[in-house]
Design a protein around this ligand. Structure first.
Ligand code: 0A1
Ligand code: ZN
Length: 873
């Protein structure tokens, strides 16, 4: 199938090929003479042969390096003659190295030309870095691998006027004049760290400052650095940081360790944020917030990500990964920690439902496609492609299951042992599980399969579908939190046969075999089971619940996650019934049950508004697609639309009443009460506008006019986004005029237009590429306009004329020359192609082939294409 002209992708790196480093580096001294066009880097480091390297005593001293010029090398202060080292495109090898010594490597790099945003680059006139996973090798030659830990001393030299602020990791230990209008600042980080945690920032910046006193009484200076104009938007991030620092002390006993903790917010950043020791670098969209510019969701995301990066100081930095296959060691654990933080700060149920929704839409799809991989992958071509929902979100579920199997108390003992045992080390996922097992006495032997086997298990079905390279699956150890409801909706005590009663009302059942049965005693009439409460295991549940059981659970389950889940299952069933009719060309059936259910939930004023809003949310396309055997986009889009409209029709009065009663009257505040009320009111507004009813659209316009906050303003645009009403154009034009010069706000406007379910969307997206505020080099702009279209607009991306596919292929190819990491995200839009019905299957295959046939593809995009076009069915 592969065209003869296609380049073979680079060879994969394999987990089992891991070897300890031949040399260790205990300390490194780095000097930067910063200039956007020509930065000189001088790195001096002490190296010594690794006593633990074992077998190969003559292994050379090999350093990684890319895109560096004018390289000079000295050993113990003496210039090294050319025959003593070999320089290739990606390595510098010292021939016949001594057992120990000091190597000095000088080189020149070009930050202003660095558009891939890996290594040292310039963002809005400010120097900044991104070194994870392998960016440090674009800064200097070094053993750029996470198991080489060194103490860093960094001297930054730059023009005093253009770059008055010079930041790096650790503590500031010196500063002064460097002549010629230049100055220097020196930083020292006493904690040995891998090169991926190195960072520097240099520019004309201002700081919001505060302080935090740790549990042991040390005062830590807190600084959030941004351009002076943005300082008034850093307050929420600062409050979040202080909450995170306190929470990690209280919940995990983890205290901060340096004198200063800094955050810098960058306008150009490939991912969300980065946990560099003492100097976190954030995408500005995850720092900056003011009620008029940021939504309630933005506020929550900022709190969560500020927490996430801060928590890495222990889970990632003090204890780091031995190699990149262990990425989930730090990411799964840190996502679990940030989820717990957000749950403790806000509503636990809302947080859990949001996490489950994301996992099931994104990670389940990943597990069912060509990118499926275990939480601890076995091979990769480009590590940047493995910052995935499997490593992060499923990784967090794997931690959560161990929390459930051990109990919170024994889990904490295990985590304490893990940190104490491995502080200052680079370790593996196995080391982590071993610490939990040793501290708790719970046997986690079988549980370890969650790290090595890909795929989503099915509970109550025959097993787990195969994934690439892993046709046979062994049973997982699955903790299934279970309850039984009696006819009145009350929880029954669960007493296992042979036990003295009464047992607890929710029990974590341990499934370890392909089949298991549990017999509870003292249960009278047929109870209604509530399985996988709190989504205790990341599995697909297939149960024999009747429609009546689901309606009963939606109304009565004491577990809020399963109450939500029951409503979602009813919703999905309704969409599937309509889908079958659509696929057969029959008229779409009207399902009165779903309309009644939603109207009932909306009207239930005793229930938490945020939970009501989540319960009436229609299932998204990604989740629905995951439930289908073959994806028929036309039928799916038509069916979902049909059900949404019938809900809107049947629930109209209840929706309107709820909307009117919940409109927040007092001035905006990000309190849980206001957030919940806005969420539900705005969800009602969306339903009301789904019928193109002019009265409903007038409500949206009025809301837009009156909004004192971005949540309500954007919600008005969302509500009219798919309509043909001229009011839509008017609102979008007004929004643009108001927020033209605010890139992060305009991103919301780009994204809404890219996700509009309208016939003219692709034409609109193409013309927006020429918008004066669109910038094809900025990852946030690309994600808003192009990635939203590719990944979130099912009808337009999958349009049967193939134009959506052609557009995304063309954009992927163009972007790959600029920013391979983000280009690979776009290429991932085709990951489900084999699951689609014709003609979309072939059209997507052709788009992938077109990308794959492009000469000079990055390994990032080449890997995605190769996995997609490999023989896996
Ligand atoms: N470690 C960061 C995420 C991150 C990963 C890779 C990056 O560039 C390749 C940037 C950031 C986190 O988990 O927050
Ligand atoms: Zn992380």
């Amino acid at each position: 199938m592969a065209a003869a002209s296609r380049d073979a992708p680079p060879a994969p790196v394999r987990r089992l090929d891991y070897r300890p480093p031949a040399f260790l580096v205990d300390a490194i001294d780095l000097r930067f003479d910063l200039d956007p066009e020509r930065t000189r880097v001088i790195a001096s480091f002490t190296f010594r042969r690794n006593p633990a390297a074992g077998a190969d005593p003559i292994a050379p001293l090999a350093l990684d390096g890319e895109q560096q010029h004018d390289v000079a090398v000295a050993l113990d202060g003496v210039a090294l003659p050319a025959e003593r080292y070999r320089l290739t495109e990606r390595t510098l090898v010292v021939v016949d190295p001594p057992e120990r010594g000091e190597l000095t490597v000088s080189s020149t790099i070009h930050p202003a030309a660095n558009v891939a945003l890996e290594g040292l680059y310039v963002s809005s006139g400010v120097f900044c870095t991104q070194c994870e996973a392998e960016g440090f090798r674009r800064i200097t030659y070094f053993p750029d691998r996470p198991d080489v830990l060194s103490v860093y001393t960094v001297t930054l030299v730059a023009d005093r006027e253009r770059y008055p602020v010079l930041l790096s990791n650790g503590n500031r230990v010196g500063a002064g004049d460097a002549g010629n209008g230049r100055h220097f600042v020196r930083w020292h980080d006493p904690f040995p760290k891998p090169s991926y945690l190195f960072a520097l920032v240099a520019g004309n910046l201002a700081a919001l400052t505060d302080s935090f006193t740790t549990a042991s009484g040390r005062r830590v200076a807190l600084e959030i650095w941004s351009t002076p104009a943005n300082l008034d938007r850093c307050g929420h991030a600062m409050r979040s940081l202080k909450r995170a620092m306190r929470w990690d002390e209280e919940r995990f006993g983890r205290e901060y360790d340096l004198d200063t903790f800094m955050i810098f917010c960058a306008d150009d950043f490939n991912m969300g944020a980065m946990e560099n020791k003492g100097l976190n670098i954030f995408n500005s969209r995850l720092v900056l917030a003011r009620p008029d510019t940021a939504t309630d969701d933005d506020y929550l995301a900022i709190e969560g990500v500020v927490g996430h990066e801060y928590f890495h100081n222990w889970s990632g930095n003090r204890v780091t990964c031995r190699d990149w296959f262990q990425l989930s060691l730090k990411e799964g654990l840190t996502v679990f920690r940030d989820q717990e933080f957000s749950s403790d700060m806000n509503s636990r149920a809302v947080e859990r439902i949001a996490a489950v929704t994301f996992l099931r839409s994104a990670q389940f799809a990943e597990d069912a496609g060509p990118m499926a991989h275990p939480v601890r992958p076995d091979e990769y071509i480009e590590i940047n492609n493995f910052y995935t929902t499997t490593v992060y979100e499923k990784g967090a579920e794997v931690i959560r299951m161990q929390h459930a199997l051990l109990s919170p108390e024994r889990f904490r003992d295990g985590i304490d042992l893990y940190f104490a045992r491995h502080d200052g080390e680079a370790v593996t996922c196995d080391d982590f599980v071993q610490a939990l097992q040793d501290a708790s006495g719970v046997d986690l032997g079988q549980f370890r399969r969650w790290y090595s086997q890909a795929g989503t298990p099915i509970v109550r079905a025959r097993g787990t579908p195969p994934t690439p390279g892993q046709p046979h699956k062994e049973p997982f150890h699955i903790p299934l939190a279970t309850g039984l409801l009696d006819a009145a909706g009350a929880d029954l005590p669960l007493t296992l046969e042979g036990e003295p009663g009464p047992g607890p009302t929710t029990r974590v059942l341990s499934l370890t075999e392909r089949r298991a049965s549990f017999v509870f005693t003292g249960i009278g009439a047929r109870p209604v089971p509530s399985l996988n409460r709190g989504f205790s295991a990341p599995v697909r549940m297939e149960t024999d619940c009747t429609d009546a059981d689901l309606a009963f659970l939606a109304a009565n389950d004491s577990d809020p996650v399963n109450r939500w889940e029951a409503a979602q299952r009813i919703y999905c069933a309704s969409v599937f019934a309509a889908m079958q009719a659509a696929a057969a060309g029959a008229p779409l059936p009207d399902d009165p049950a779903i309309g009644g259910l939603i109207a009932g939930i909306v009207a239930d004023e005793r229930a938490d508004p945020a939970l009501r809003a989540l319960a009436i949310n229609p299932p998204d396309f990604a989740y629905l697609a995951g439930l289908a055997s073959t994806i028929d986009v036309d039928a799916m889009v038509a069916a979902r639309e049909h059900v949404v409209r019938s809900v809107a029709r049947a629930g109209r009065d209840a929706l309107l009443r709820c909307y009117e009663s919940l409109r927040v009257q007092e001035p905006h505040a990000p309190t849980p009460a206001q957030v919940g009320a806005r969420l539900l009111a705005n969800r009602c507004l969306r339903y009301l506008c789904a019928l193109d009813d002019p009265a409903a659209i007038a409500l949206a316009t009025a809301q837009f006019d009156a909004a004192d906050n971005m949540t309500d303003a954007i919600a008005a645009l969302v509500a009219v986004n798919h309509t043909a009403s001229p009011s839509r154009e008017a609102l979008f034009a007004r929004f643009e005029a108001r927020w033209r010069d605010e890139p992060l706000v305009l991103d919301k406007w780009f994204a809404l237009q890219a996700t509009a379910m309208r016939a003219d969307t692709l034409a609109r997206v193409r013309s927006l590429l020429g918008h004066p505020r669109f910038n094809a080099r900025n990852p946030n702009r690309i994600r808003s306009l192009v990635a939203s279209f590719a990944l979130a607009n099912w009808p337009a991306f999958h349009s049967t004329d193939g134009e959506g596919y052609a557009f995304v292929a063309e954009q992927t190819i163009a972007l790959d020359r600029v920013n391979p990491q983000v280009a690979a995200v776009l290429a991932g839009a085709f990951n489900q192609w084999r699951r689609h019905a014709q003609p979309r299957r072939s059209l997507q295959e052709r788009a992938l082939e077109r990308i794959g046939d492009t000469p000079g593809l990055s390994p990032d995009v080449a890997e995605i294409v190769a996995r997609n076009l490999a023989g896996y069915q």
